[in-house]
Design a protein around this ligand. Structure first.
Ligand code: AHM
Ligand code: MG
Length: 344
């Protein structure tokens, strides 16, 4: 008898991370518990995201609902959910968020011998929140420099090479959680009927090359010549350009553009512009965690010249130019930027 569709084994995220715990010989289960806290908050945020289009029926943002609670903007809501899950989880001793100027160090009552801090963008893709387009959460997990105390700024200002785990949640046509602890990348899809993230994309590998380029090309005039030449190359213009041009795809939600390219092969870019010489994206909770994932999947992430993972942030909200994706496409972009640097 052939395989029957009912006999297929379902592995939930919780089962998977517990099973993987033994990969870390000294693990006490803290990281397992931390990832679980993030997954629970992601489910709660999913519930709110799925209701987002009903805001006109259920009440305006900022207005009070019938229970007398005020309706929150989704990004504020997501921020509060993740911080609260981490605070009460008892494993992290602090969080840095795109939504907060400063990091939040948890009070002692919330941790016991804690060893982790989390940096996150709780709801990325702000321009897409109100228009029913995919948005995401991105997170970085670092070990603190010392145990048994609340978080300090230095705990967050660590190079990507020090990341213990990183991941993202995409609130798309379904909700998915993708993460790495440095042993490959695995993706889990939320089954709304049982409320569990189930392993759907084991050991994700990014194609070495791809046919998609993702960039806000409205900024073309403001890009350097090297970037402009690379974009022309993507379109099949120039001497060694591919015969068949690449396909342009840009959602404007980093997580969604990144996720599609991870699966299909492609490159995402947010290069520097004349008015924003460091680009737009944030190193600590946008670029570095996705760099960890892409490298684990066989891709590359650079600022155009240098590996993103080797950057040590000097401040929480530091920006960095970003070229991330399939190895061959990122290497090609770097070639153009190198030529430009050598010519100047
Ligand atoms: P945000 O954190 O304010 O949402 O900004 C980050 C977003 C990314 O998700 C997206 O790739 C990029 O900004 C889009 O920027 P632009 O509108 O300049 O193309
Ligand atoms: Mg963001």
């Amino acid at each position: 008898m052939g395989p029957n569709k009912f006999s297929r084994e379902v592995i939930t995220l919780t089962e998977f991370i517990i099973a993987r715990q033994k990969d870390f010989p000294f693990a006490k289960g803290d990281l397992t518990s931390l990832l679980n806290d993030i997954a629970v908050a992601a489910k709660i945020v999913t519930r709110e995201v799925r209701k987002a289009g009903l805001v006109d029926i259920l009440g305006e943002v900022g207005a009070e609902n019938i229970q007398g609670e005020s309706q929150k903007k989704l990004d504020v809501y997501a921020n509060e959910q993740f911080i609260s899950a981490l605070r009460h989880g008892g494993v992290a001793c602090g969080v840095a968020s795109e939504e907060n100027d400063d990091f939040i160090g948890f009070d002692e009552q919330f941790y016991t011998g804690t060893t982790y801090v989390v940096a996150m963008d709780p709801l990325d893709g702000s321009s897409n929140i109100d228009v029913n387009v995919s948005i995401g959460t991105i997170f970085s997990i670092y070990r603190t420099l010392e145990p048994n105390r609340s978080a300090s700024l230095e705990d967050f200002l660590q190079a990507g090479t020090e990341l213990v785990a990183a991941g993202y949640v995409i609130y798309g046509s379904s909700t998915m959680l993708v993460y790495t602890t440095g042993r490959g990348v695995n993706g889990f899809t939320l089954d709304p009927s049982i409320g569990e993230f189930c392993l759907s994309h084991p050991d994700i590998k990014m194609p070495e090359t791809g046919s998609i380029y993702s960039i806000n090309e409205g900024n073309y005039k403001a890009f350097s010549e090297g970037v402009q030449h690379y974009l022309n190359w993507c379109k099949g213009i120039g001497e060694d350009a591919p015969e068949k041009p690449l396909t342009g795809r840009y959602i404007g939600s980093l997580v969604a553009d990144f996720h599609r390219n991870l699966i299909k092969g492609g490159i995402y870019m947010y290069p520097p512009t004349k008015s924003a010489p460091k680009g737009k994206l944030r190193l600590l909770y946008e670029c570095a965690p996705l760099a960890f994932i892409v490298e684990q999947a066989g891709g590359m992430a650079t600022d155009g010249h240098r590996r993103i993972m080797e950057y040590t942030p000097r401040e929480l909200h530091q920006r960095v130019p970003y070229f991330v994706g399939s190895k061959h496409l990122v290497e090609k972009a770097m070639e153009f930027l190198k030529q430009e640097a050598e010519a100047s």
